[in-house]
Design a protein around this ligand. Structure first.
Ligand code: 5AD
Ligand code: SF4
Length: 466
């Protein structure tokens, strides 16, 4: 064995990865771990012991971006403390802040060694080697497909990440909502070919994954190349994935109302494995504001769409994103949003104060709404949506649902999993393990999770039906 190989084995390098923002970033951080594993890096949850710190950033709202710079302050102190004991630390800023700000990050935070955009992280090893000499920046949108350059993680690595996995099927967005940075940071829409997605799904299933969540910035705009060379919709892709052995549940996020086509609605009717949960951001209930946002749908079009989805799958639980205080939003516009929420009824939701993002059209619009008004509207909207969420959760008490067990529960002896409606459910584990799909009767609804009993157990805990 050569000297360098010996010393490489002696020092197992450690990487600390932290992801901000959306599910795409969680997936990307896992892929970065996969790229770094053959370079000798193992993951650590402790930043202090990391030879490499990777911050996978989010640029969607100002607060999200500012968090990165405050974290870099901490990283700087840590790098200095480690240097005092003779240890080197390399620092990478990845993700959408990296894409949007590029080299500016290194000027503002010289502690950073590498800035890498979401389309270039497969080049991390090269960039890290280069950064030994000078800071490296890569925010290209390369022609090559990064997915073709990603190593395949080992089965035990996949399994250690859990029985529910994300699978990127689509990236980027061409919608250009006037408030949003995504079309600039993630680039134009692109869909992965069906064959490559099916391969990845089969590998995940063989390693023990039971639930797949297909992800993309605009996932229902999916139009990938099928094995026959034709364009496949997301509905058709879901149908093919439902046939992959051992995949018992399918989900997808995030969708745009304009791309909810007939295929996808039919998939909710026809595929038992497709979970009855739909995250379908509406952003506002005011037609005037929806137009200024360039959403290209009205409040009523959204209501009609929800009716069609509910006709296909009556028990479907809806979730949405809302923005309050978009430029020019009047009290009346906001009341239209409140009315839409009351009309539709949501099982869960995310709500945000509008945050002007440099370079987007809305940031330049007149009539920016004062923060105090945004705060007041957000509080009212939150109250309404929280009430709907609690009512939805209470509505499942007494019902029997399938729960996919995912991880240890809150208390010893408990396991936690998800209902079909994406509610967190805790049960007494008994002989069950993560990965099991069990029938559970919901007996109680807490503020963040539901509590259930196995439906095949009598109240004294004896199995009454095998
Ligand atoms: N301000 C506030 N919220 C935003 N979102 C996107 N851009 C902004 C912004 N500039 C929200 C939208 C989107 C979610 C991911 O983030 O609701 O659906
Ligand atoms: Fe952003 Fe979604 Fe609009 Fe695309 S569709 S611009 S990702 S909010």
């Amino acid at each position: 064995m050569s000297v360098s190989a010996t010393s490489r084995l002696e020092h197992v390098k450690k990487v600390f990865l932290k992801s901000y923002g959306c599910q795409m970033n969680v997936y990307d951080a896992e892929r970065m771990a996969d790229v770094l594993a053959p370079e000798g890096y193992s993951e650590t949850p402790v930043m202090e012991e990391a030879d490499l710190v990777v911050l996978n950033t989010c640029h969607i709202r100002e607060k999200a971006a500012e968090k990165v710079y405050s974290e870099l302050g901490r990283v700087k102190a840590l790098k200095a403390a480690r240097a005092a004991t003779g240890l080197e630390t390399q620092v990478v800023v990845a993700g959408c802040v990296a894409q949007a700000e590029g080299g500016e990050i290194i000027r503002r935070a010289p502690v950073v060694d590498v800035v890498v955009g979401p389309q270039s992280y497969h080049r991390l090893p090269v960039l890290l080697a280069k950064a030994g000499r000078e800071p490296a920046v890569d925010t290209e949108f390369p022609i090559e497909d990064k997915f073709d350059h990603l190593p395949r993680p080992a089965a035990d690595k996949i399994r250690s990440r859990g029985v529910s996995a994300f699978l990127t099927v689509q990236e980027g967005c061409d919608k250009f909502c006037t408030f949003c940075v995504v079309p600039y940071t993630r680039g134009a829409e692109m869909s992965r070919p069906v064959g490559k997605i099916l391969d990845e799904a089969r590998r995940l299933a063989a390693a023990g994954v039971r639930e797949l969540t297909l992800i993309g910035q605009n996932v229902n705009a999916y139009h990938g190349e099928g094995p026959d060379g034709s364009d496949w919709s997301l509905g058709k892709l879901l149908e093919a994935l439902a046939a992959v052995p051992d995949i018992v549940r399918l989900r997808y996020a995030t969708s745009h109302p304009r791309d909810m086509d007939d295929d996808l609605i039919a998939a909710h009717r026809d595929l038992p494995g497709l979970m009855p949960f739909l995250h379908l951001p509406v952003q506002s209930g005011s037609d005037r504001i929806l137009e200024a946002m360039n959403r290209k749908h009205t409040g009523d079009a959204y209501r009609r769409l929800v009716e069609r989805v509910r006709a296909a799958r009556p028990d479907i639980a809806l979730s949405s994103d809302f923005i309050v205080g978009f430029p020019g939003e009047t009290d009346q516009d906001f009341e239209d949003t409140m009315r839409l929420v009351s009309d539709v009824g949501f099982a869960s939701a995310y709500f945000f104060k509008y945050s002007p993002r440099p370079g987007t059209p809305a940031a330049e619009m007149d009539l920016q709404v004062p923060d105090a008004v945004k705060a007041e509207r957000l509080a009212r909207l939150q109250e309404l949506l929280d009430g709907q969420r609690r009512a939805f959760n209470r509505g499942t008490i007494g019902r029997t649902v399938d729960v996919l067990l995912e991880r240890p529960g809150r208390h010893p002896g408990q396991l936690a999993g998800k209902s079909p409606y994406l509610q967190a459910v805790q049960i007494e584990a008994g002989a069950h393990r993560a990965g099991d799909l069990v029938r559970v009767r919901i007996v109680q609804a807490g503020s963040n999770s539901l509590f259930g009993e196995r439906a095949d157990l009598a109240s004294d805990g004896l199995v009454v039906a095998a």
